[in-house]
Write a protein that binds this ligand. Structure first.
Ligand SMILES: [Zn+2]
Length: 105
């Protein structure tokens, strides 16, 4: 009886107080409270989350829920302040709750 339920790596996330306005972050939407969870490192390459079909674990800094997320569900969002995010990479394959805003600079 092997309890091999969870093997996905837990990724470090930012606390809401560490998120800066106008910075862009890799984010997932929390399954429980639906707030964006910002990843601590915006790694351009070589990060463990860089597997298209991979699964990672993230603990929501808002509600504390630890859940698994598909890596491909990751989206880049720019923080606008006051808990508002702008979705920058709208290459979605459905599933995102956000209305896709795309703005040029
Ligand atoms: Zn949450």
């Amino acid at each position: 009886m092997s309890a091999r339920t969870i093997s996905a790596p837990i990724l470090p996330v930012l606390k809401p107080s560490q998120i800066r306005v106008n910075e862009s972050y890799d984010t997932w939407l929390c399954r429980r409270c639906f707030k964006p969870i910002a990843l601590a490192v915006h790694a351009p390459s070589g990060d463990p989350a860089d597997i298209p079909d991979g699964v990672v674990q993230i603990r929501c800094p808002h509600c504390g829920e630890l859940a698994q997320y598909a890596v491909r569900a990751r989206r880049v969002r720019q923080y606008l302040g006051a808990e508002q995010y702008l979705l920058i990479s709208p290459l979605t394959e459905s599933g995102e709750l956000t209305n896709s805003q795309r703005e040029g600079k």
